[in-house]
Design a protein around this ligand. Structure first.
Ligand code: MN
Length: 416
């Protein structure tokens, strides 16, 4: 697929992608957007110019809202048809936009010159714990190296209900959280800024089709409910977490902020990158069995960039390592009749690979602070320091087809 737009071979936004997002216009309005090469595409402007007139039943007002929820809720028949029109309009032979300088100047904006916003209202957020390597590393560090995985782990995708209100778009600064911690040798807790601030390299999927209370989604139908995916940083305060998490799991160690990338890459754009998942042994219960390829080969990277300093790549991992896939997560989440809603966000859990350079958190990379990472400026990192920016990037690449996610970045400011 060739375009009349000059697209770098390393661009995340090829003719195979066309993700969806929302940006704030110079007039302070919100328009639905897509991306190609170095450009943001204003979908509202294209709709006004009747570019989508062939997409039957498209409600054009859904392209001029502050979130994509009502656009997504129209269903894949419509949202995928919009993507197909974009692929067509940006194709080398299509003159619609190519030869219309006035429309082009209104519809195409340079990325980096416009403000992307959180593209969805998120009714519910769940975080899973689905990387075997991550769960094993944590189990070795905090429990028993001989029995690192808890007895339930190989039988169900462990998860917890997280906080939706504090999920922010890439670029939003986050203050170091304060809270209760207790040192092992102290007899009572103390209060203050978190000292062990961490990132968690994750991906999240966004639900595009709701269910009613009482209904369940099978693994065979789960992907019909998945609109697309984003990069996700589940910021974690390890010292707060350690003191608070028993018996009900993470609470204030997680809910002070999570960062997502601005673009939702559709599950259809990721279809060429489907791969086999790990062998699941022991055999899972029937409702968790699945057929076909349900894992995705997506390269992931985490960089730490100090204030005014040179960055360092601290992790290179891959979404294909996940033990439990998204279809199993959704089947498990709904097997009891729990309903899902359009815009719901389901994060994967930290995505660690088999080798130390693929571990998805500083907790694992520095092995509880015992193996500090050397930074280019001579300093060391065990966890994240004030002024550091954590940048997650991700892309899939196969036979010349490249589909990427852009950036998921956040800077840590001192505690208030
Ligand atoms: Mn997490």
């Amino acid at each position: 697929m060739h375009s009349w737009i000059d697209i770098s071979p390393t661009s995340d936004f090829s003719m195979y992608n066309f993700p969806f997002g929302v940006y704030k216009t110079a007039e302070g309005k919100y328009h639905a957007a897509s991306a190609i090469g170095e450009y943001v595409i204003d979908l509202h402007v294209l709709a006004e110019a009747k570019v989508f007139h062939g997409v039957l039943n498209l409600d054009k007002t859904t392209l001029a809202q502050s979130t994509l929820n009502s656009f997504i809720a129209q269903g894949k028949a419509i949202t995928n048809a919009v993507r197909t029109v974009l692929q067509d309009v940006f194709g080398a032979d299509n003159a619609t936009l190519r030869d219309n300088a006035e429309l082009r100047s209104k519809a195409l904006l340079k990325q980096g010159e416009v403000q992307m916003v959180l593209p969805i209202h998120i009714p519910n957020y769940t975080d899973f714990y689905s990387s075997r390597e991550h769960a094993t590393n944590v189990g070795i560090m905090f429990r028993d190296p001989a029995n690192a995985l808890l007895p339930n782990w190989l039988h169900l995708p462990v998860g917890y209900h997280g906080r939706a209100s504090s999920i922010v778009v890439s670029g939003t600064e986050i203050h170091r959280p304060k809270g209760q911690t207790k040192a092992d040798d102290a007899d009572k807790p103390s209060f203050g800024p978190c000292r062990l601030l961490d990132f968690e390299l994750e991906m999240a999927f966004v639900v595009g089709k709701e269910t009613k209370l009482g209904e369940s989604v099978s693994t065979a139908h789960a992907e019909e409910h998945i609109f697309g995916m984003m990069l996700f940083n589940d910021w974690s305060a390890r010292d707060i977490q350690k003191w608070e998490y028993v018996p009900l799991g993470p609470f204030l160690a997680k809910n002070f902020g999570s960062t997502v990338s601005p673009w939702i890459v559709t599950i259809e754009a990721l279809a060429p990158f489907k791969v086999d998942g790990p062998v699941q042994e022991p055999e899972v219960l029937p409702y968790l069995k699945y057929e076909g390829h349900k894992n995705y080969d997506i390269n992931l990277q985490v960089d730490i960039v100090p204030e005014n300093g040179q960055g360092k790549t601290v992790c290179q991992s891959n979404f294909k390592y996940m033990y439990w896939n998204m279809s199993q997560q959704l089947a498990h989440h709904t097997v009891n009749g729990c309903n899902i809603q359009v815009g719901d966000m389901y994060a994967s859990g930290t995505i660690s690979g088999p080798t130390p350079d693929s571990f998805g958190s500083m907790l694992e990379i520095s092995w509880q602070g015992k193996k500090p990472v050397a930074m280019p400026d001579g300093s060391e990192r065990r966890f994240i320091q004030d002024g550091d920016t954590v940048v997650i990037t991700g892309h899939a690449d196969k036979a010349g087809i490249r589909v990427g996610f852009g950036e998921c970045k956040g800077k840590i400011l001192p505690a208030i």
